[in-house]
Design a protein around this ligand. Sequence first.
Ligand code: NAI
Ligand code: MG
Length: 483
Amino acid sequence: MLRPLQIDPSKCFIAGSWVGALSGETLPLVNPSEGSTLCDIARGKSADIDAAVRAADAALAGTWGKATAAERGRMLASIGRAVLDHVDELAQLEAMDVGKPLSQARADVLALARYLEFYGGAADKVHGETIPYLDGYTVYTLREPHGVTGHIIPWNYPMQIIGRSVGAALAMGNACVLKPAEEACLTALAFAEIARQAGLPDGALNVVPGLGAEAGAALSAHPGVQHISFTGSVGVGKRIQQAVSANVVPVTLELGGKSPQVVFDDADIAAALPFLVNAGIQNAGQTCSASSRILVQRGVYDQVVEEMSGRYAQLRTGPALSDLDVGPLVSLRQKEIVDGFLAKSSDLQIVAQGQIVDDAPAGGAYVAPTLFAGVPPGHTLAQDEIFGPVQVIIPFADEAEAIAIANGTDFGLVASCWSENGARQMRMARALRAGQVFINNYGAGGGVELPFGGTGLSGHGREKGFEALYGFSVLKTVAALHH
Ligand code: NAI
Ligand code: MG
């Protein structure tokens, strides 16, 4: 039982009720701080996804579909307030499930509540336009929901991703089927119960846990789904784009990155330092917008290497509930991926590592934060998404070289420029290939108001901010001839 919400985590949430997977099968959910089983979750499959899509359809035909924009907004705002009534419980669940330090999990709960507040307030402020046209015509546009939206989310920030995707979709009047990750789905289930208790009509949100290849694949290929949003790996993103092509529905793909922070000689290094390090080790580096590459101009290179190394040496890694700087990775499988990258680094120089605390359980998925310097830009550690607490420092000579290195990966999600030169800031903002550019700061994950998404292998489509509301709706043009 997830107390005090009193839900059974081995169930799916469909049509406002808690029901077992039709096959009766379950999957173990692992606590990565210890390697122990937390509980069993439902192993949803295509029949359960079918039931969820039918429930969403029924919601669109019923109370939820008839709700006004203002009513939907008020509903989201109430759910957001209800989330705040459960901050500690949700933070505990996320910390145990994902392995993230408790205070980072708490920040995610607050972000979820903030998304609901933002999209609650925005729901009735998405206006159409009137368009001047031929004599005798009145032309206007309407923004209508897609219908049933599918949300396939990963394990790294379940609550934040639910907030930005389900929050925006519900604001526009869609009905959602959510497939959380098999590694971490407790807060998705808890969120469904909070929404139910807050009065969200049955079927407006349905949650079906299960494996990607089963429940996820079934959702992305379902002909009754009119929009898919996916956050996760590039490989699965490509498969999902193929799956939706059979039904010709739009898809938003948020596939991670290799996001650089570019530090020029004239930067305020003291101000930059916490951002340089935190953006790499937050959530143990398992962040789509993690800054895994630090590009530093030669004049301040030695200083930045030394000061980042000093911070790394103080980082402590341990169980999520100990609330240290870094927790375990989400799973031993994820640790294997990260260890695999570290095994390919024998030609590189490790300049600093954090500690794993002595009492960290042996079965936990711990990786010591590791900082490399002098890394060639073409090296696999400087090119590929590692998704662990690993950063590489790369030197550069001038602005042109900085841009070439920063843009020299297949990704383009987030980038930052650290410089006190205003003209350079403007040039870099235009030159950097990324969906978000930060000047003299770095915003991994934050900013519900700020449109977010990638280019290249980082994906396409925009989430967060008002932009997401356009993505979760369809524009209809009405041309009336009346003379
Ligand atoms: P993944 O892409 O397999 O998992 C993400 C979600 O997709 C999960 O809900 C999963 O069940 C679902 N999924 C998996 N296969 C599917 C399929 N065939 N059809 C539909 N849905 C499917 O990511 P995974 O394996 O957990 O992590 C591997 C790597 O992916 C990480 O090392 C990291 O590089 C990247 N990743 C990036 C994330 C981001 O925030 N952009 C989040 C998670 C992983
Ligand atoms: Mg996978």
